[in-house]
Design a protein around this ligand. Structure first.
Ligand SMILES: [Zn+2]
Length: 397
C-alpha cells in the first residue's frame, strides 16, 4: 500500500520526467487470517495506482526452501550452513490469489519485508539468531540472494540481530537506519523501528547517502508535531459501535446512551487505570482525568507504566493490540480501531484520504481495521524508506 502511495505521489508531483510504475509481483504471509486484509489492501493499491499488478500471495516463506533443508531443532549455524549449501528455492508454490500453483521466480527489483521480531524485541526472550524464527531469515535471504534482488528492505524492532541479517543475505551490503513516526510528523505515536536497506553487491550502485537523506527528511517535520488529541476523530456513533462490540465480547450488558465506558473494563483493567491515575497525580501533581492527551495501554500492568505521560506518545501497538485497551482517562473511553489506524498513517477518515489523494481504507469495519494493527508498518515511514532506497541506489542493468 505504501508503495502504491509512493508511486502515485511521485507521478502526481511532476518532479520526474518519467512515469513511475512499481507493481507488486509476489507476497508471502504465513498467517491465513491475514488473507482478507491483504486482498483488501491490494484492491486499494490498484485503485491508487490505476493498474492491477496480478500479484501472487504465497504462504509460509520457509516452504520456499527445499523439503527438509533443515530440521527446526538444529542450531542456527547448522541451519545457516544447510541453507547456504542447498540447491535453491522452490520454483513453484501454492498461490491463494490465483487458487493454483504459481511460479515463485518473479522478477523483482525491490523486496520489502517485515521479518519476525519476537526473537529480537525487548518484549520477547531476545534469543536473536538462536530463536525459532531464524528459518524465516534463512529463507528470505536465500530467495533474494538467488534472484539477486537489487534492493532489499527489512523492517524489524531496533534490536534486530544484524549478524543474522548479514549471514543470511551474503550478497547484500546493509545500511541500517532507525526511524519513528515522529520523523514524518506523527509525533504522538511510539513505534521506533529499524529499517535496513540491502544493496546487492553486483546489481546496485550507491548514488546518494541514504543516512543524509533521512536526516534531511526528519528536519522537515521537526517543528510541527502532532498530539494524541489530533488522532481523536471518532464520532459518538463510532465510539458506541465499538463499545457495543466489546460489551458483546465481554458479555456485559451494553448501555446505549452511556459514553463513559468504564463499565466495560475488566476488574484488572480498572485497577490498572486507577493505579496509573494515582501515579500520574504523584509524579506530575495533576489530575490525570483532566489531561486530554493522556493514553494508557491497559494490556500492561501499572508497574510497567505503558502510558503517554512522559513521551506524549501512544504506547507502541503490539501483536495483541487488536484486543487490548488503549484507555483515555479524560474521555473515559478507549481509542477506536480507526483512531489507531490514523496514528499509524492510514487514510481512514475522508479528510486524510483526500489530502493523500487516495480512497479511504479500513474505515468501514472496526474489527477488520483492528486486524491491521500490531504487525503493521507505519504507512508513511514504509513509503519513505522505499523512496530513500530508490533515490540512493540505482540498478546495474
Ligand atoms: Zn499466483
Amino acid at each position: 500500500m505504501s508503495r502504491a502511495l509512493l508511486e502515485a505521489s511521485v507521478n502526481r508531483s511532476g518532479l520526474v520526467d518519467f512515469t513511475v510504475s512499481i507493481p507488486t509481483v509476489a507476497m508471502w504471509e504465513r498467517d491465513q487470517k491475514c488473507e482478507a486484509v491483504i486482498s483488501d489492501a491490494m484492491r486499494w493499491a490498484n485503485q491508487v495506482t490505476g493498474h492491477s499488478s496480478g500479484a501472487c500471495l504465497f504462504g509460509d516463506i520457509e516452504e520456499l526452501l527445499p523439503y527438509r533443508t533443515f530440521d527446526p531443532s538444529w542450531t542456527y549455524s547448522r541451519k545457516l550452513q544447510a541453507t547456504l549449501q542447498c540447491a535453491g528455492t522452490s520454483p513453484w508454490g501454492h498461490c491463494t490469489f490465483h487458487a493454483q500453483t504459481c511460479s515463485t521466480g518473479k522478477v523483482s527489483s525491490m523486496d520489502v519485508s517485515g521479518l519476525p521480531c519476537p526473537d529480537m524485541s525487548l518484549a520477547g526472550k531476545r534469543r536473536k539468531r538462536a530463536g525459532s524464527t531464524n528459518g524465516v531469515y534463512c529463507a528470505r535471504g536465500k530467495y533474494v540472494t538467488q534472484h539477486k534482488v537489487p534492493i532489499v528492505i527489512t523492517e524489524c524492532t531496533p534490536e534486530l540481530d544484524m549478524g543474522l541479517m548479514e549471514d543470511t543475505h551474503p550478497e547484500h551490503h546493509m545500511f541500517q537506519m532507525f526511524a519513528e513516526p515522529g520523523d514524518v510528523g506523527f509525533a504522538a505515536t511510539a513505534r521506533r523501528r529499524t529499517w535496513v536497506i540491502g544493496m546487492h553487491q553486483d546489481r546496485s550502485t550507491i548514488r546518494q547517502d541514504p543516512y543524509e537523506l533521512l536526516e534531511s527528511v526528519k528536519g522537515l517535520f521537526a517543528n510541527d508535531p502532532t498530539t494524541v488529541q489530533d488522532y481523536l476523530v471518532a464520532s459518538r456513533a463510532e465510539v458506541l459501535l465499538e463499545a457495543s462490540q466489546l460489551a458483546q465480547k465481554r458479555r456485559i450488558p451494553f448501555q446505549a446512551d452511556c459514553l463513559d465506558l468504564t463499565y466495560l473494563l475488566t476488574q484488572r483493567e480498572k485497577e490498572t487505570a486507577a493505579a496509573l491515575n494515582a501515579r500520574f497525580q504523584e509524579q506530575f501533581g495533576r489530575n490525570a482525568e483532566l489531561e486530554p492527551a493522556l493514553v494508557y495501554h491497559l494490556g500492561d500492568s501499572a508497574t510497567f507504566g505503558s502510558w503517554s505521560a512522559v513521551s506524549g506518545r501512544i504506547p507502541t501497538y503490539r501483536v495483541g493490540a487488536k484486543s487490548s485497551v488503549y484507555w483515555l482517562p479524560h474521555y473515559k473511553r478507549f481509542l477506536t480501531a480507526k483512531e489507531k489506524l490514523i496514528s499509524m498513517g492510514w487514510p481512514s477518515v475522508p479528510e486524510i484520504a483526500s489530502s493523500m489523494h487516495v480512497p479511504l481504507f479500513g474505515a468501514s469495519d472496526p474489527r477488520r481495521a483492528g486486524d491491521l494493527l500490531g504487525n503493521a508498518m507505519h504507512m508513511q515511514i514504509c513509503g519513505l524508506m522505499q523512496l530513500l532506497a530508490l533515490v540512493s541506489f540505482s540498478p546495474n542493468l
